[in-house]
Design a protein around this ligand. Structure first.
Ligand SMILES: N[C@@H](CCC(=O)N[C@@H](CS)C(=O)NCC(=O)O)C(=O)O
Length: 212
């Protein structure tokens, strides 16, 4: 398998964790999101993934985008260890938490959105920062509350799931933007547990060959 990603991309970080968790080997192909106006906009990458976003996973002839679809594909192809529980209720909880991050938090502070704020909309760096922190706080406050009903050692019970795989990169991202995490003790505890696992530690941005 080949993974087109970027060391700091939280969506690519999710896929790296899943690949590691399932002990699958892959070739990492860096797409620099900033250099030369962003390699994700190059004709070569656009031909591979017209959304101009990373990650893209190639598995022989199959080309997939959307980190959650990629991870569900891996979970179905390589079911052990599971990233989505069998139980219908637990599975829905895992998916809902993953989507809370992937749909309702992450896109609001994605690079192209922030570039649009400071470019065409002419917001200052300070206004951009306020936007990022506001949406992180809204999202994390709800997530912290949602954990009351379902968390154990990890987001849903005591097994690692897709929800944890989404949470850890989003927290990395939030810390990069300077969010004060003290209001989220449950999130912090889960992230600490995850980071003790090799699958998470080896997927960390700073561990990647293209990290600068
Ligand atoms: N929903 C997509 C999001 C992909 C995405 O937004 N990737 C970001 C990096 S985390 C990206 O490529 N940004 C480039 C840009 O905004 O130009 C997924 O989960 O794969």
């Amino acid at each position: 398998m080949k993974l087109y990603g970027y060391w700091r991309s939280s969506a690519a970080y999710r896929v790296r964790i899943a690949l590691n968790f399932k002990q699958l080997s892959y070739e990492n192909l860096p797409v620099h999101l900033v250099k030369n106006g962003g390699e994700q906009h190059s004709a070569e990458y656009k031909a591979l993934n017209p959304t101009e976003l990373v990650p893209t996973l190639l598995d022989n002839e199959l080309s997939l985008n959307q980190s959650l679809a990629i991870i569900e594909y891996l979970d179905q192809m390589y079911p052990q260890p599971r990233l989505l529980p069998d139980d219908a209720g637990a599975k829905a909880q895992v998916r809902a938490l993953a989507l809370d991050i992937a749909c309702d938090i992450h896109p609001l502070n994605n690079l192209r959105v922030l570039q649009y704020l400071t470019g065409p909309l002419a917001l200052s760096e300070q206004q951009k920062q306020a936007w990022v922190i506001h949406w992180l706080e809204v999202g994390f406050s709800a997530f912290e509350q949602r954990l009351v009903a379902c968390a154990g050692k990890f987001c849903v019970g005591d097994d690692v799931s897709l929800a944890d795989i989404c949470l850890v990169p989003q927290v990395y991202n939030a810390k990069r933007f300077g969010l004060d995490m003290t209001a989220y003790p449950r999130i912090n505890g889960i992230v600490e547990h995850c980071q003790q696992l090799a699958a998470f530690a080896l997927a960390a941005p700073e561990e990647q060959a293209d990290a600068q």
